[in-house]
Design a binder for this molecule. Structure first.
Ligand code: BV8
Ligand code: ZN
Length: 248
C-alpha cells in the first residue's frame, strides 16, 4: 500500500524554487486524468484497447488511411467515456498556478480537455483534442462538444468532404508550432514539472529533457518510475491529485 505523501515530502528546495520562479513549464500525460476516471494507456504499448487492436494501431495514421469509420467509432467511444468525467484536484492545482508566475506554460499530451475544464487557459495540446473534428480536405475545424455525433463519418460544413478526429495519431506530425512553442518555453524555464506521463511517446517526452539541458529544476510526479526519473532533480512518488495541492 503506497504511503500518501504529506506536505513534508515537498523539499525546502522545491518550496523555495516554487516561491521565486518566474518561468514555469508543466508537461502532463494520462496520469493527471487518472483520478478523474480516465483510463491511462500504460506506455501506449501493445495492450489491446479496441476491438483487439493495440492503442498505437487504432490511433495510427495507417488505420485512419485504411478505415476512417473505425477510427471514428474509437473516438466516439472515448468521447462517450469522457463526457461523464470531471477535472480532479491535480487539474485544479495546475489551473491555479497559471496566475502565480510571470510566465506559465501548460503542455499536455492529453486529448480529454480536462485541463481547460479546470480553468487552464492557452493549453498547448500537443496531441490535439477528442472534442474537435477537422476536414481532411480544407482543414476546417468544428467542435464536437455539443454534437451527439455517434454514427459514421461527419461531413465538412465548408466543403462537404469527410472529417477526421482532430487528434495527432501515431506517425503524424504534431500541430504546427505546438512543439516548437513548448520547446522554446522549456529552454527558458527555471522550473519544469512532469506529471503523470510514462515518457515513452516522442517528441513530447523530450520537453523535460530540453528543460533539464537548459538548467531548469525538473520535478516528476508519478506513482511509478519512468525513463525520465533519473534526469529529474526531484521525484515525488504518488498521485498527482494528492501531491500537486501540497505544492501550491
Ligand atoms: C511524430 C493522441 C513525426 C491519440 C497520442 C523517437 C523515438 C521512438 C519513436 C518515435 C520517435 N519519434 C517519433 C516516434 C514515433 C512515435 C512514438 O513516440 N512512438 C512511441 C510509442 C515509441 N511518435 C509519433 O508518432 C508522434 N509523431 O513523431 O511525428 C514523425 C512522423 C512520421 C514518422 C516519424 C516521425 C505522434 C505521437 C502522438 C500519438 N498520439 N495521443 C489518442 O489519444 O488516441 S499519444 C498518447 O499516448 C498520449 O497522448 C500520450 O502521449 C501517450 C500515452 O502516454 P501517457 O500520457 O504518458 O500515458 P501512459 O498511460 O503511458 O502513462 C501514464 C503514466 O501516469 C504512468 O507513468 C503512470 O504511472 C502514471 N500515473 C497513473 N496514475 C497516476 C499517474 N501519475 C500521477 N498521478 C496518478 N494518479
Ligand atoms: Zn472541408
Amino acid at each position: 500500500m503506497q504511503a500518501v505523501l504529506t506536505r513534508s515530502a515537498i523539499s525546502d528546495e522545491l518550496r523555495s524554487r516554487f516561491a521565486c520562479a518566474k518561468n514555469v513549464v508543466v508537461l502532463t500525460g494520462a496520469g493527471v486524468s487518472a483520478e478523474s476516471g480516465v483510463p491511462t494507456f500504460r506506455g501506449g504499448g501493445q495492450t489491446a484497447v479496441w476491438k483487439g487492436m493495440p492503442f498505437d494501431v487504432i490511433s495510427s495514421a495507417g488505420t485512419l488511411e485504411r478505415d476512417l469509420p473505425a477510427v471514428w467509432e474509437w473516438f466516439n467511444y472515448r468521447r462517450g467515456v469522457l463526457r461523464t468525467l470531471r477535472p480532479n484536484p491535480a487539474h485544479e492545482a495546475i489551473a491555479r498556478w497559471q496566475d502565480r508566475f510571470e510566465s506559465f506554460t501548460l503542455v499536455t499530451q492529453n486529448v480529454d480537455g480536462l485541463h481547460a475544464g479546470a480553468g487552464s487557459r492557452n493549453v498547448i495540446e500537443l496531441h490535439g483534442s477528442v472534442w474537435r473534428a477537422r476536414c481532411l480536405t480544407c482543414n476546417a475545424r468544428t467542435s464536437l462538444r455539443d454534437s451527439d455525433h455517434q454514427e459514421g463519418v461527419p461531413s465538412c460544413f465548408e466543403c462537404g468532404s469527410s472529417m477526421r478526429p482532430d487528434v495527432v495519431l501515431f506517425g503524424e506530425m504534431l500541430p504546427p508550432g505546438a512543439f516548437e512553442r513548448a520547446a522554446m518555453e522549456a529552454e527558458s524555464c527555471e522550473l519544469c514539472f512532469v506529471v503523470g506521463t510514462s515518457a515513452v511517446v516522442y517528441p513530447a517526452a523530450s520537453i523535460p529533457e530540453i528543460a533539464r539541458a537548459a538548467g531548469a529544476y525538473v520535478v516528476e510526479v508519478n506513482p511509478e518510475p519512468t525513463p525520465l526519473s533519473n534526469i529529474c532533480d526531484e521525484v515525488l512518488v504518488g498521485k498527482a491529485g494528492e501531491i500537486l495541492p501540497l505544492i501550491g
